[in-house]
Design a protein around this ligand. Structure first.
Ligand SMILES: Cc1ncc(COP(=O)(O)O)c(C=O)c1O
Length: 398
């Protein structure tokens, strides 16, 4: 009989945890030990040289952290993966490991705020040339790749405006130029989108968000081919932005319900986005699942679900937003997304908190936009909550 490949829900539960010895714990234990001891030099050296499996020092590798890496690696269908202390450590670690003075990066204006700051402040400081194109201008991105590109960096859907990039087309443009193509897949999750299958070399995640899903552990991960991951792992073990085993333990626990959470969040977010589009007092809604989204056809082609995050603007601008947000009962007003609880905020307090108002304006990020990350609550409760908060926002304006 042909061996059946497990689906993503089964992979999220079992990957990295299939080997079970009699009497062994059924859950990956949290191994907090900094070091791993040996009784003789030979086996110790063999592990150090990578000739036999094992661990030596937890800045380099650790069993709990390795189980987390294995689960995400399998979900992304990648040959290799290496984790980091946060999503930003993963993104900057990948960039620093692969770039050098004189290299040229092509990316878009809409990337997560921290990533934008790496592009505008830090990489140029170290002699890396960075070109940021209009996010929705695929022709400009292709042209810049053809002019010479060592690394093409894409994020889709974007934070917080939910723009969608055509991954198959842009990954092909990057590959033609000989570039390494990196995709931030945080918003979509591996359940909804697999950039490696669409031509990317590397996928990065803020595991802090949907992967962990419970807003109680920071983490980041990069998945891709063995050669690039080896270089990125080496950079991380030397510079030290290692994922803590306790965070890995919490992320592993969260990952087991990823498929359930994402299915629910996809469904509720689409329902809420459609409802908001018709709601009085809402001037615009950004969600890739809406037929009105400018790149809905691309999103429908490359995504299995449209994700749990949407953003919208209110009639009455910032004053209405200031009345609306505190009126929400079922949402944390907080700088996070992808959690089991609904979370809401503005770019100035969430995705682009790292940027000055001038930088946000230059990136084309509207101050009055509301980012709404849908949790796993009952959609009816969230809709009723939005309805009453919108009426509070409107009343203040009369
Ligand atoms: C799309 C995206 N990438 C990267 C990050 C950075 O992740 P972390 O906060 O884990 O460093 C975030 C954080 O919000 C994000 O939304």
């Amino acid at each position: 009989m042909e061996k059946r490949l497990p689906g993503p829900g089964t992979t999220a539960v079992w990957a990295g945890e299939e080997d079970r010895e009699a009497g062994a714990p059924t859950q990956v234990p949290m191994v907090g030990s900094v070091s791993f001891g040996y009784r003789a030099l030979d086996p110790w050296l063999e592990v150090a040289r990578g000739e036999r499996p094992g661990h030596i020092y937890s800045r380099n590798t650790n069993p709990t952290v390795a189980a987390f890496e294995e689960k995400v690696r399998r979900l992304e269908g990648a040959p290799a993966a290496t984790s980091f202390a946060t999503g930003m450590a993963a993104i900057s670690g990948a960039l620093w490991a692969l770039l050098a003075p004189g290299k040229r990066v092509v990316s878009t204006r809409d990337t997560y705020g921290g990533t934008s700051v790496v592009f505008t402040d830090y990489l140029p400081h170290w002699g890396v040339d960075v070109v940021l194109c209009e996010t929705e201008n695929a022709d400009a991105l292709e042209t810049e790749c053809a002019r010479g590109c060592d690394l093409l960096y894409l994020e889709t859907p974007t934070n917080p405006t939910l723009k969608v990039l055509d991954l198959a087309r842009l990954c092909a443009a990057g590959r033609r130029a000989g570039a390494t193509v990196v995709v931030d897949n945080t918003f979509a999750t591996p359940l909804n989108q697999n950039p490696l299958a669409l031509g990317a070399h590397l996928v990065v995640h803020s595991a802090t968000k949907f992967l962990g899903g419970h807003a109680d552990a920071l983490g980041g991960i990069v998945c891709g081919d063995e050669e690039r991951i080896r270089r990125i792992f080496h950079f991380r073990e030397i510079t030290g932005a290692t994922l803590h085993p306790e965070a890995a333990y919490l992320l592993l626990r969260g990952l087991k319900t990823l498929a359930l959470r994402v299915a629910r969040q996809n469904e509720s977010a689409l329902r809420i986005a459609r409802w908001l589009e018709a709601a009085p007092g809402v001037s615009s809604v950004n969600y890739p699942g809406l037929a009105s989204h400018p790149a809905h056809a691309v999103a429908a082609r490359q995504m299995k679900g449209f994700g749990g995050v949407l953003s919208f603007a209110l009639d009455g601008g910032m004053a209405a937003v200031e009345r609306f947000l505190p009126a929400l009962r079922w949402a944390h007003l907080a700088a996070n997304l992808g959690a089991v609880e609904t979370v809401a905020g503005t770019p100035a307090t969430t995705s682009h908190v790292e940027c000055t108002p001038e930088e946000r304006a230059a990136l084309g990020i509207p101050e009055g936009l509301i980012r709404y990350s849908v949790g796993i609550e009952d959609a009816e409760d969230l809709l009723a909550d939005l309805e009453q908060a919108l009426s509070v926002a409107r009343e203040g304006g009369t």
